[in-house]
Design a protein around this ligand. Structure first.
Ligand code: MN
Length: 406
């Protein structure tokens, strides 16, 4: 099958991808699907009967479409593929196809709840060693359940939104605590899933039915202020060191599109308890990289590369864990993986790990060094799936520039 809209070689968005986003071409937010360098306005396409579920596809956010569930998502994907590959395309009104270069991107979903996991064993071991030197890096619960905290949804922003350096209470060494802009601003390389229908309060979602409730995935930068975090996090976990901003990529890549790239997860020892046992493949072979571009530099440089498939706890296990107590998942919730770090130097998903808490600064191409982020730095996450015999599917960019503290 060939798309009626040409797809440049190497594009993140071939016909097999069809990720959902929200665009603004000056007429307010509209749902759209990306194909190559273009976006299709779903309200216009549904308005002339070329797509099903016109009411949900005419909303300014994905949430009503997420609520419809997997059958509706599949029907729409089939109709989109047909629209793009047959003479149905000729019935698309002018203005339904927009060049992506001229569009503003809007946060594609309204997140009611945001959870951040801690599911990379390499990240958990690295942070445990840095924050609690001399102790066992993994807490006793870590291999038995996917550790997480509830984050803040109000400050989830779409890629391209600048991030203001936060201020807060810090305590360097044994000195009295004081209030200051963070001097330890960091990124966290993460992948998050966005939920569909969800469950009624009191019910649970089994790991086996996770695919009915996971609509798609985005790249997530969980910006972190390590000095604020270090002082505040005992005993209840991250709070203001995390809640000031979280950036998501603008195009939601569906689980349906990603399913050919699912692979077996890493071996788990000990075997998890019953509700965390899964069938089928739930790890995703997703290559990831982060670039850092200092203010004024011509380009960013890659500071880390890793792969999502190495995470210990999978999305199905995370969703089963979230609801084992009967709490209710709603359409548009965001569940982020936690920082994704690999086992080797150069594959860590945060600066605190890459620089060993500042002891081993990164040297950048412009001659400067980084322990943590400087004002004017732009951090960009990228991710793509690539397997033999399959097309390359990308996520686009998840980017943000650091603004000085007020
Ligand atoms: Mn995080």
């Amino acid at each position: 099958m060939t798309s009626r809209i040409p797809v440049p070689d190497g594009s993140d968005f071939p016909l097999a991808n069809l990720p959902y986003g929200v665009i603004d071409a000056g007429e307010g937010p509209r749902l759209a699907v990306a194909i190559g360098d273009h976006a299709i306005d779903l309200r216009v396409a549904a308005g002339v009967g070329l797509l099903p579920h016109g009411a949900a596809l005419s909303a300014p956010t994905l949430n009503p479409f997420l609520a419809l569930g997997r059958t509706a998502w599949l029907e729409t994907r089939i109709a989109l593929t047909e629209l793009l590959t047959t003479d149905r395309f000729d019935r698309l009104p002018g203005g339904a196809v927009q060049a992506r270069a001229g569009l503003s991107m809007v946060r594609p979903f309204d997140p009611g709840d945001f959870v951040d996991f801690y599911s990379s064993i390499h990240h958990a071991a690295n942070l445990g060693s840095l924050f609690r030197p001399g102790t066992e890096p993994l807490n006793p619960n870590w291999r038995h359940l996917p550790v997480a905290y509830h984050g803040r949804s109000s400050s989830i922003v779409v890629s391209g939104t600048p991030v203001r350096r936060p201020r807060g209470q810090v305590r360097p060494g044994e000195a009295p605590p004081h209030t200051a802009p963070t001097t330890a601003l960091d990124f966290e390389l993460e992948v998050g899933f966005i939920t569909g229908p969800g469950n009624a309060l009191g019910d649970s979602i089994s790991a086996d039915s996770a695919a009915d409730h996971i609509f798609g995935l985005v790249l997530v930068n969980d910006w972190s202020a390590r000095d604020i975090q270090r002082w505040e996090y005992v005993p209840l976990g991250p709070f203001l060191g995390k809640s000031f901003a979280t950036t998501v990529s603008p195009w939601v890549v569906t689980l349906e599109a990603l399913s050919p790239y699912l692979v077996p997860g890493v071996p788990q020892d000990p075997e998890p308890v019953e509700y965390l046992r899964t069938r089928g493949d739930w790890a995703l072979d997703l290559e990831l990289e982060v670039t850092l571009q200092p203010h004024g530099a011509a380009a960013g440089q890659v500071v880390t590369r890793t792969n999502f498939a190495g995470n210990y706890w999978t999305m199905a296990q995370q969703l089963a864990h979230v609801t084992i107590n009967g709490t209710n998942v709603r359409p548009g919730d965001l569940y982020a993986s936690g920082t994704i770090s690999g086992p080797t130097r150069g594959s860590e998903g945060s600066l605190i790990e890459l620089t060993r808490n500042g002891a081993e600064p990164l040297r950048l191409g412009d001659g400067t060094e980084r322990t943590f982020l400087r004002d004017g730095d732009t951090v960009t996450l990228r991710g793509w799936c690539q397997r033999p015999g399959l097309p390359r599917l990308g996520f686009g960019e998840c980017t943000g520039m650091v603004l000085p503290a007020t």
